[in-house]
Design a protein around this ligand. Structure first.
Ligand SMILES: CC1=C(CCC(=O)O)c2cc3nc(cc4[nH]c(cc5[nH]c(cc1n2)c(C)c5CCC(=O)O)c(CCC(=O)O)c4C)C(CCC(=O)O)=C3C
Ligand SMILES: [Fe+2]
Length: 340
């Protein structure tokens, strides 16, 4: 089967102050996120002039990927489309049809299974194709990559570099803390490709285990961040900031925080971690070093190109966990019955 293009599919983010509110309305439409939470999150974006880093970072990854693919002799034009903000995936898929693209691979910028990390990207693909109609290209999404060796190595090296930045006086006893976006417990309880619940949180736990092993760190925690939704609805816990308090109470002197849940320095990383969590650590007198995200590491670009090669050449999946990697379906079909 031949492919004419690669669609780089992401979350999207505002690129100016007047775009913040309409972006947030798109993200939370019909999801019962309280107005006060939206006001607070809008404020986070306004700290950065209303510009999310996500589009710039994605454009950097795409530029590097273009070079990597052509070095490998793969001449696939890359198209950029987002779920929640411009360039919107509906518009991008229409442009692909105009350009005569008949079939494209899709790389979604989430490593994970589950509703937000996988199924919602399938929905984006199906919605965009429906909007375009009969001319819509066939769209084949690449698989989840939470345990890809290059993703694991990029994160493990970043953890090592973060340890090296800590004061040598506390470095040896610093606790490694992995963090990922929290989701409602009801979402995490849905079965995954193996029919078992907690698909997302089990993949996060596997990625954390693999990265800690590669970084040669024996003890670590997995916590959650950026919870949204009303307080009456239970989400994955503990929250990173509460956890810093717990570690302090246990006489831990420093932390290395690895934002394993995010592929690049999204707003949740540069605000919720680099401002909120770092401030909390400072209040507690905890040493704090935030590990880099994988996105800018050349291994991340190579990983995407490897996923393309793997698909086009029907190679066995390079993966380190025995948990399956689903997510590879055509035209937005679900991964498995009842799965994302
Ligand atoms: C699992 C997961 C990922 C990782 C997988 C992936 O990467 O896809 C992720 C990524 C992201 N989440 C992002 C931003 C937001 N997420 C929100 C809200 C929500 N996220 C959720 C989950 C996830 N989110 C959920 C269950 C909600 C509740 C509402 C709903 O059910 O949809 C809200 C609403 C306001 C609020 O925070 O309450 C915003 C603004 C950005 C862009 C940041 C930037 O601009 O750099 C990125 C990459
Ligand atoms: Fe899935």
């Amino acid at each position: 089967m031949s492919f004419d293009a690669l669609l780089f599919l992401s979350f999207g983010g505002p690129e100016g102050p007047e775009e913040v509110r309409p972006f947030l309305e798109n993200v939370t439409r019909g999801r019962g996120v309280p107005e006060q939470r939206l006001d607070a999150v809008a404020e986070h974006y306004h700290h950065f002039g209303g510009v999310s880093p996500i589009n710039r970072l994605n454009r950097e990854i795409m530029a590097a990927l273009e070079t990597e693919l052509s070095t490998r002799g793969r001449h696939l034009p890359i198209y950029f489309g987002n779920r929640n903000w411009h360039p919107l995936v509906e518009d991008t898929v229409a442009r692909m049809a105009d350009d005569g693209i008949g079939r494209a691979l899709v790389f979604a910028t989430s490593a994970w299974g589950g509703y937000s990390g996988c199924k919602q990207y399938h929905e984006d693909i199906a919605r965009a194709r429906e909007a375009v109609g009969d001319r819509a290209p066939e769209l084949v999404k690449l698989r989840q990559f939470y345990d890809h060796p290059l993703f694991v190595q990029a994160n493990a090296d970043a953890v090592g570099r973060a340890y090296a930045r800590l004061d040598p006086a506390v470095r040896d006893q610093a606790r490694l803390v992995f963090t990922a976006h929290s989701v409602p417990l009801s979402a995490d309880e849905q079965p995954g490709a193996d029919g078992q619940p907690h698909w997302y949180s089990r993949q996060v736990a596997e990625a954390a285990r693999l990265v800690a092993h590669d970084a040669d760190v024996g003890t670590y925690d997995v916590v959650w961040q950026s919870r949204s939704g009303p307080p009456s609805v239970p989400w994955l816990e503990p929250d990173i900031c509460d956890h810093l308090g717990e570690l302090h109470a246990k006489d831990v002197g420093a932390v290395v925080v690895s934002p394993i849940g995010f592929v690049s320095d999204h707003l949740e990383v540069v605000w919720d971690l680099d401002n909120e969590a770092e401030e909390k650590a400072a209040e507690l007198g905890l040493g704090f070093a935030r590990a880099a995200t994988a996105g800018t590491d050349p291994r991340f670009t190579r990983m995407i190109a490897d996923l393309v090669d793997e698909h086009l050449e029907s190679q066995p999946a390079r993966k380190l966990s025995t948990l399956p990697s689903a997510g590879c379906t055509t035209n937005g079909a679900p991964c498995a019955p009842g799965c994302c």
